[in-house]
Design a protein around this ligand. Structure first.
Ligand code: TRP
Length: 337
């Protein structure tokens, strides 16, 4: 098993990122058997596909690297790096641009959503974003890619590119690329804003009260939970009773995800109680879970040398691991080097 996944270095990791993706990565890492390997990287090359601020990108990349390690991605077990230090990603993307079809990219829903009505005004990088993502994965003979539901289409595209390349340029006995499988975690918790149960928790929400940041201290977390939007009803004793109550559902979902229990199980305990009881319990659980993470996060951000060393080492390993596939790709295409 070879596991590869990437995350955009937006900085300011929050509870939604943690429960939605990172915790799942940590579990995959910790469940790896000998001989299997996980690579987790910061998709900084992807970040330039839309208007961005270079200072923010640098800060976001370092913050996200610190956050991954603080959350339990162990650089001695997994390969942790940023794309910009592994030129093979950009190289393989170019080589795959010869295989990817414009028609395939035109059908990507993320492209359509992000470009909206102004396709002509978008960068070429935004259009070919999925080809870079395919390169990220194909470069390492990846077998499994943990992603959210919204990334399944990009993984399908990576498989199509791999298949066409193998068909066009390799023999059946010696394919250049492995076809990767997406793994969408079944219980990936969808964490919503604390101010609006219909909007995803997001770092771009202008209100900081809408999210729990991994760097928030205990008082801040408590305050945010106590001020979270709710309704006046007590909690029901079964999940069905939360229908039409998105804010209540969100708080119970967070509690369930943090304690690795089901929503029904939590409601079995808190059913009939009001938020005056539930919120302090949730706040304490959050504080307890996040304390070791935020402590380590702040420490790492303070030690730039240690952080640079982690990324440099990961990048060196990634460059090494990428070499055979990159060489095979050049060679299959008849490029003289
Ligand atoms: N596009 C992914 C996202 O926005 C991030 C990403 C980039 C990625 N390259 C990847 C995820 C390769 C998995 C594998 O979430």
């Amino acid at each position: 098993m070879r596991v590869v996944s990437g995350i955009q270095p937006t900085g300011n990791l929050h509870l939604g990122n943690y429960l939605g993706a990172i915790r799942n990565w940590v579990r995959m890492q910790d469940g790896m058997e000998d001989g299997n390997l996980c690579l987790f990287f910061l998709a900084d090359l992807h970040a330039i596909s839309q208007p961005h601020d270079p200072i923010e990108l640098k800060k976001g990349t370092l913050e996200m690297a610190a956050a991954l390690v603080a959350c339990g991605i162990d650089p001695h077990k997994s390969v942790v790096f940023n794309q910009a230090q592994v030129p093979a990603h950009a190289e393989l993307q170019w080589l795959l641009n010869g295989t990817a079809r414009i028609g395939w990219l035109n059908r990507m829903t993320q492209w359509k959503d992000k470009a909206g009505k102004n396709r002509e005004g978008q960068s070429v990088a935004l259009f070919s974003y999925p080809v870079l993502q395919a390169a990220d994965v194909l470069l390492y003979q990846t077998t499994h890619v943990p992603v959210g539901e919204d990334q399944k289409q990009h993984l399908e595209l990576a498989r199509d590119i791999a298949q066409k390349f193998n068909n066009d340029f390799a023999s059946e006995e010696a394919p250049v690329f492995t076809l990767p499988e997406p793994i969408v975690p079944p219980q990936a918790a969808r964490i919503m804003s604390l101010r609006n149960g219909d909007a995803k928790m997001s770092k771009s929400d202008p209100s900081d009260m809408s999210r729990i940041n991994l760097a928030d201290d205990a008082d801040t977390i408590m305050k945010k939970v106590k001020k979270a939007k709710t309704d006046p009803e007590p909690l029901p004793s079964e999940a069905g009773g939360l229908e039409g109550r998105p804010e209540a559902l969100n708080l119970v979902t967070i509690y369930a995800a943090l304690s690795d229990r089901s929503v029904d199980d939590i409601l079995g305990e808190f059913g009939g109680e009001g938020f005056g009881t539930f919120k302090p319990a949730l706040g304490e659980l959050l504080v307890e879970t996040l304390r070791p993470i935020s402590t380590r996060f702040v420490q790492l951000l303070d030690d730039r040398e240690a952080l640079d060393a982690i990324l440099a080492r990961g990048a060196a390993q990634a460059r090494e691991l990428s070499r055979p596939t990159l060489d095979a790709t050049y060679s299959a295409l008849g490029l003289v080097r």
